[in-house]
Design a protein around this ligand. Structure first.
Ligand code: PHE
Length: 507
């Protein structure tokens, strides 16, 4: 019989009388355990060895457990301190006992909470009594810590009661880990074949150009794949799904003919609000909602002609029968810098001609960028998130164009049930909020805000055709795509790494 040389080595190292573990076989053959596991499975399939599996539990002390194994448990130290202070005769001040036991920080609480539980004595209104008949040398938990230190985690050799182990685990003093241990024993057939002599065949794991050109492939023995063998788990780096989705959004919008905008995260209120016909006394412009900059507090220059036109629109409105806010407008207020609460600041910059010059219709622009809001954190709100901003400039636009654009956009992400609700924005008329249905909870989730920019915004910017625009939340899109219920699953420090590793990218 011919076998690949790794299988021959394993077969020769295996015994008919005793089961040898993969680790032992790896030692004996000088092969890596993964290779031995693969060979063992092959040999099992060929009927040459029998494989048994056992779950092996290893118990190891945590750092805290090791400390107590060395310095003894806080509660036994407390008990000894109490005896020294005479608490077996009459109650003693707790502070005195703590001092004698030399306990500090969290150990004090640990000592106190275990003292009475273990029957060392009582603590009542800051006074400690000690039961003279208990023996700290008999403490089951302390003894278990000692045994574990001595046995070096080998649970099989250790005789410790389950409840003691559980208590120690609950106290965070030990950790239990389970692993599968496989062992192989030669079968009768294995012994027979070994006695008859087994030839070692060189197997080929990979086809090389040399094998092909030389023609050697015709005689080569190819190694078989074992798709059931345990393989090492490799957690390589990967692109975060939020970033992946942002990139897809970019691809989709570029595919729909949009060009990308970019611009400052910290910007003058002028671009964030005033250019959008947001009155200076609008509630969203108070310090509750915005993150102001401490340094620098103000932008130096704003385009003077534009400032004048924006100011006039705020005062008087636009057109013959226009109406303004009739409230004060202050340039100093407009020059104040804040973190942008929406990326509509970029739309204002581009539409005004300030960014890349005057634009002739038709035009389509977008951005997928971060925005900042002083919201209260909850499952659907973060202080910063990504907004998918966009606008289309053309001669005659209607609400149907706006809705059609969303249908086309969201359909690329498998979302076909967008709903629209009338809304109000100072800068759009009409305005619509967008909703989608959460795939698992079935709830309607707000996913964006949109509208057609109004004259009072466009005229000062020098735009004299229609512009429809929107701001959509990237994180909400992810919620609809992947079924996340808490935005913090995908953002920030509470983000669940397993979930991010395991979430399949959907297309
Ligand atoms: N700026 C709006 C928001 O942040 C989105 C929006 C942009 C709405 C453009 C209408 C037009 O909610």
């Amino acid at each position: 019989m011919q076998l690949p040389h790794t299988q021959v080595a394993v077969l020769e190292a295996a015994s008919a009388d005793e089961a040898r573990t993969v680790d032992a076989l790896a030692d004996a053959t000088d092969l890596p355990p993964e290779t031995v596991t693969g060979a063992v499975f092959e040999l099992e399939e060929a009927g040459l060895v029998a494989v048994t599996e056992a779950v092996d539990e290893t118990i190891s002390l945590t750092e805290e457990g090791t400390t107590y194994a060395r310095d003894s448990l806080p509660e036994t130290r407390f008990y000894r301190g109490a005896l020294e202070a005479g608490a077996d005769e009459s109650p003693v001040e707790m502070g005195q006992v703590i001092g004698r036991a030399n306990l500090e920080g969290p150990q004090v609480n640990i000592a106190l909470s275990n003292y009475a539980r273990k029957g060392y004595g009582q603590i009542d209104s800051g006074e400690v009594t000690a039961d003279p008949d208990t023996d700290p040398d008999d403490d089951a938990e302390a003894r278990a810590l000692e045994t574990l230190t001595a046995s070096d985690g080998d649970a099989v050799a250790v005789e410790i009661a389950d409840d003691v182990l559980e208590q120690l685990e609950r106290r965070g003093l030990l950790e239990r880990t389970e692993s599968t241990v496989r062992a192989a024993t030669l079968t009768e057939q294995g012994v027979t074949e070994l006695m008859a002599g087994i030839e070692s065949a060189e197997t080929v794991g990979q086809v090389t150009p040399e094998l092909l050109t030389s023609g050697d492939w015709q005689d080569a023995e190819f190694a078989e794949y074992n798709v059931e063998a345990d393989a090492e788990v490799v957690d390589g780096g990967s692109v975060h799904i939020l970033r992946q989705t942002a990139e897809r959004v970019t691809d989709v919008l570029v595919g729909m003919g949009f060009q990308e905008m970019d611009g400052p995260h910290a910007d003058a209120d002028f671009w964030i609000n005033d250019c959008l016909f947001m009155p200076q006394d609008h509630p969203a412009r108070t310090h509750w909602d915005r993150f102001a900059l401490e340094r620098p507090t103000h932008i130096d220059d704003l385009p003077a002609a534009l400032v004048e036109r924006v100011e006039r629109a705020h005062h008087e409105g636009v057109g013959d029968d226009g109406e303004g806010y009739n409230s004060p407008w202050d340039e100093e207020f407009a020059r104040a810098i804040a973190l942008r609460g929406h990326t509509t600041s970029l739309s204002a910059r581009y539409l005004s001609g300030h960014e890349i010059g005057e634009l002739e219709p038709p035009q389509r622009y977008f951005s997928v960028e971060k925005v900042y809001r002083n919201d209260t954190l909850d499952p659907t709100h973060l202080l910063e998130f990504f907004q998918i901003e966009g606008w289309v400039m053309a001669e005659d636009l209607s609400v149907r164009d706006l809705m059609g654009t969303f249908e086309e956009f969201y359909a690329q992400f498998g979302i076909h049930d967008i709903e629209f609700k009338p809304h109000y924005n100072p800068y759009t008329e009409p305005s619509f909020e967008l909703f989608g249905t959460h795939p698992t909870t079935g709830e309607l989730v707000e996913i964006g805000n949109s509208g057609i920019f109004r004259e009072e915004m466009l005229e000062p910017l020098g735009v004299d055709c229609d512009v429809m625009a929107w701001g959509l939340a990237l994180e909400r899109l992810l919620m609809l795509m992947y079924g996340f219920e808490d935005i913090r699953d995908i953002h920030g420090t509470l983000c669940d790494l397993e979930l991010l590793r395991e979430t399949e990218v959907t297309y």
